[in-house]
Design a protein around this ligand. Structure first.
Ligand SMILES: NC(=O)c1ccc[n+]([C@@H]2O[C@H](COP(=O)([O-])OP(=O)(O)OC[C@H]3O[C@@H](n4cnc5c(N)ncnc54)[C@H](O)[C@@H]3O)[C@@H](O)[C@H]2O)c1
Length: 276
């Protein structure tokens, strides 16, 4: 895409201190947008914004906080003017099979990935509708199509997010807002490093992983092209969607993929040991 064809937008990104969110902020600035980076990690997000120059600013936002969302929108409005695009990217995972995960960690995943994102969408709906325009981009996951072992509650939070996203988009179909849902596959960030530490979610390594910059490209392209939903990889992603529809098929193919993921994880671990 030719960056010159893109109209400059004010973009608010959550979880922008690191990983996919930082890559989105960096590319959006490079494409001429003005970006309010937000994160629960204030020190890291402020430093990240400073490294991006005058088209970037930062503010602390824990997406679980409704008051925090209001402050973040107000901060963006004060620095750059009204928010044109919200990229709801922040998310967490806690790995381990469900029976071994402490109850609080099950709750935390839902509080951040689902309820936190819902709070952000509701804040944006009100403020963007009042301005007569806006685009909400939610970063979801391929696990919203295909439930995976080692991540049960994470998958549930992303299944819920996909349902919420499309329900709202349909409710708002006659309004002025656009809605895009992006589904990253395994992406090389702190989250994937966390998954590497736990063999219960080795399925994360069954397929090739992506650089965060590749996901960022899809998100920033979406600011101009406004697709309804983006899956990765474009072709194999469709196969995963189909497998998720048929439970018997799912029960057969997932253990095969899990075994491949375990082998691949061992290979990656021994490779990194060899380079120490
Ligand atoms: N990495 C992957 O393999 C992968 C795959 C599919 C989907 N995703 C999704 O992509 C998004 C980004 O993931 P990532 O891999 O960059 O993760 P990451 O852990 O590298 O970064 C997440 C960022 O979110 C911030 N954050 C955590 N809790 C927060 C909260 N309550 N409020 C605000 N910020 C908070 C963290 O401080 C961090 O900067 C998430 O929604 C994740 O579920 C990631």
């Amino acid at each position: 895409m030719n960056p010159k064809n893109e109209q400059e937008q004010v973009v608010l990104v959550t979880g922008a201190a690191g990983g996919i969110g930082a890559a989105i902020a960096e590319l959006a600035v490079a494409r001429g947008h003005r970006v309010m980076l937000t994160d629960v990690d204030e020190v890291a997000v402020v430093s990240r914004a400073r490294s991006l120059g005058p088209r970037a600013a930062a503010c602390m936002l824990d997406i679980r906080s409704s008051a925090g969302w209001t402050r973040a929108f107000e901060a963006a409005e004060a620095v750059f003017g009204g928010v044109d695009v919200l990229v709801n990217n922040a998310g967490i995972t806690h790995t381990r099979v469900a029976r071994d995960l402490p109850e609080q960690q099950h709750r935390d995943i839902v509080e951040v990935n689902l309820l936190g994102t819902i709070t952000g969408v509701c804040t944006a709906l009100e403020r963007m509708t009042a301005r007569g325009r806006g685009h909400i981009i939610n970063v979801c996951s391929m696990t919203s199509f295909l439930p995976l072992p080692g991540y049960a509650t994470y998958c549930a939070s992303k299944f819920g997010l996909r349902a919420f996203h499309h329900s709202v988009a349909i409710e708002e179909r006659d309004g002025p807002l656009d809605f895009t849902l992006i589904h990253p596959p395994s992406t090389r960030t702190g989250m994937l490093a966390q998954e590497m530490a736990d063999p219960s979610c080795a399925i994360a390594f069954a397929e090739k992983s992506y650089a965060p910059q590749r996901i960022a490209r899809a998100v920033v392209d979406a600011i101009a092209t406004k697709p309804v939903e983006v899956v990765f990889p474009p072709l194999a992603g469709r196969v995963q969607r189909i497998a998720g529809v048929f439970p018997r098929l799912m029960r057969r193919v997932i253990p095969v993929a899990e075994a491949r993921g375990l082998r691949q994880r061992e290979r990656l671990l021994s490779h990194s040991d060899a380079h120490r």
